[in-house]
Design a protein around this ligand. Structure first.
Ligand SMILES: C[S@@+](CC[C@H](N)C(=O)[O-])C[C@H]1O[C@@H](n2cnc3c(N)ncnc32)[C@H](O)[C@@H]1O
Length: 193
């Protein structure tokens, strides 16, 4: 199954003249606010043929924290729209009436939603069937169910000794059960840090 990324510029579909997309905030204050009619026009234009997407994510620092569980949930959706803001943010009516979710990529403020959208797109797309070369690789990785939601254990490869830095003996033992237990223990250790 393939995936398709489409990019939209609010200025190309804005109903306002001169490519205007934002306006001064009611109540005063610094910065400009992305208008609700502009976002609505962009969504209508993007989905005029296929209808509304299943989930419309507004990217905002005040949203639900994006994590592996949300990535897994979103990977099941046939279509996602990621709404990026700039400057002071987005008219609250977008969150109330157009978006299905408000999502944050972390407790810090970016200049715009574009990088947040790329982070989410990457984490979601790699969960789609056929996205990764080795079918088993996403099963036992950081935050997966297989590891009880904990970070992944450490990996090592050749050489077995480099500048005196040795690979843990258990990984060279050929004892699969010991290796399995050692990995689970290291994973849990990382979760406790
Ligand atoms: C400068 S920020 C606006 C910050 C807003 N005034 C606030 O205090 O929450 C501009 C845009 O960047 C995006 N953005 C910034 N930080 C983000 C984060 N942590 N997660 C998701 N989007 C973010 C949002 O789309 C936001 O509308």
């Amino acid at each position: 199954m393939g995936s398709e990324l489409r990019f939209f510029d609010y200025r190309e579909t804005t109903p306002l003249t001169g490519g205007q997309v934002d306006d001064a905030p009611y109540g005063g204050g610094a910065g400009m606010v992305l208008r609700v009619d502009v976002v609505d026009a962009a969504l209508r234009s993007a989905y005029e043929e296929s209808g509304r997407p299943g989930r419309v994510l507004l990217l905002t620092p005040s949203g639900r924290q994006f994590d592996e569980a949300l990535a897994t949930e979103l990977a099941l959706e046939p279509d996602l729209a990621l709404l990026c803001g700039r400057y002071e943010g987005v008219d609250e009516r977008v969150r109330e009436h157009l978006a299905t979710d408000a999502v944050s990529v972390g407790p810090y403020v970016l200049s715009g939603g574009e990088l947040a959208a790329m982070v989410i797109a990457d984490a979601v797309i790699r969960k789609l069937p056929g996205a990764l070369g080795h079918a088993a690789s996403p099963v036992e990785e950081s935050f997966s169910e297989a590891l009880g939601g904990a970070p992944e254990y450490p990996h090592y490869t050749r050489p077995a000794i480099y500048r005196g830095w040795e690979v843990p003996e258990v990984l060279l033992s050929g004892d699969h059960e010991r290796v399995r237990r050692w990995r689970l223990e290291r994973s849990r250790e990382r979760a406790d840090r």
